[in-house]
Write a protein that binds this ligand. Sequence first.
Ligand code: PBG
Length: 330
Amino acid sequence: MNYGLKTFPSSRMRRLRMKSFLRNLVSENSISANDLIWPVFLVEGNNEHQKIKSMPNVYRFSIDRLVKELEQLVEYGLQAIALFPQVDSALKDEGGTNAYDPNNLICRAIQTIKTYYPELGVIADIALDPYTTHGHDGIMIEDEIVNDKTLSVLKQQALVFSEAGCDILAPSDMMDGRVGIIRQALDENRMKNTVIMSYAAKYASSFYGPFRDAVKSEQLTGVNDKMTYQMNYMNGDEAMHEIALDIGEGADMIIIKPGMPYLDIILRAKQEFKVPTFAYQVSGEYSMILSASNRIDNLDIILESIISFKRAGADGIITYFTPSLLEYLK
Ligand code: PBG
């Protein structure tokens, strides 16, 4: 491209950086409350707010406590939350059966939140890992996470969550064919308007470490544990293939996960598919940023990291920094 660019000294890039109003006028990206989704950990009990060792300032809330925490954030413009349960170990089993109990922690949370905040978007993960004793996202038979048997369980989980009033289902399990099965089940059960936001490109990542502490699946520790279903981080084209399949099966929006180490994937996904695309700034990224700033909630690096997602093309960001960002943006 040649725009007949003038060169120095008539051209001076710094000219537009000299005053705040000029920098503001030519700024290409920004964030607002409309871009943010807050991931929240839930636990049974009353007025609980349990610290999570590996994630400073992040808590596991009981449902009643979450309702209180949300009041201020909703006032600041919070649009949506994504729910993750820490399931009582007594309720975990090999098959993850609590995942589709219509009375489980997530279903009760969805119902309660919808009663207090009917306008707030509620997103729930579809996957079995918080509910299984082995901590895997699917049914395990002799060391294999079996795809097709898992699908029928995920389908039940999706129906039960949607029935409870969940607006958006987010399959994060990476089984093949799950989006299609869930879409069909929703449509057949008069839930055609339940949205599917699929974790279309989810990598086998060590950045999920603190999350597994939060939901108490610490038996899984590294990147290798979920390699037979999550993506190999050596690959980029494969992410495009995954996304194409999920859109074909009925995904309304897609997630790229983790976030910052995968900005190239966000950029490519948005350029190729032009569907609503979200970055998940995961637990390990959160903890890493906080420890880099000596555990001080350093808003400058947080903002810089969040804007990098917007610049890459993301429509929104799922981030544990949402409460601090909303307070800053208000
Ligand atoms: C479960 C799930 C995980 C995360 C979101 N959903 C963990 C995993 O796949 O092991 C990670 C989120 C985070 O690290 O913040 N399917």
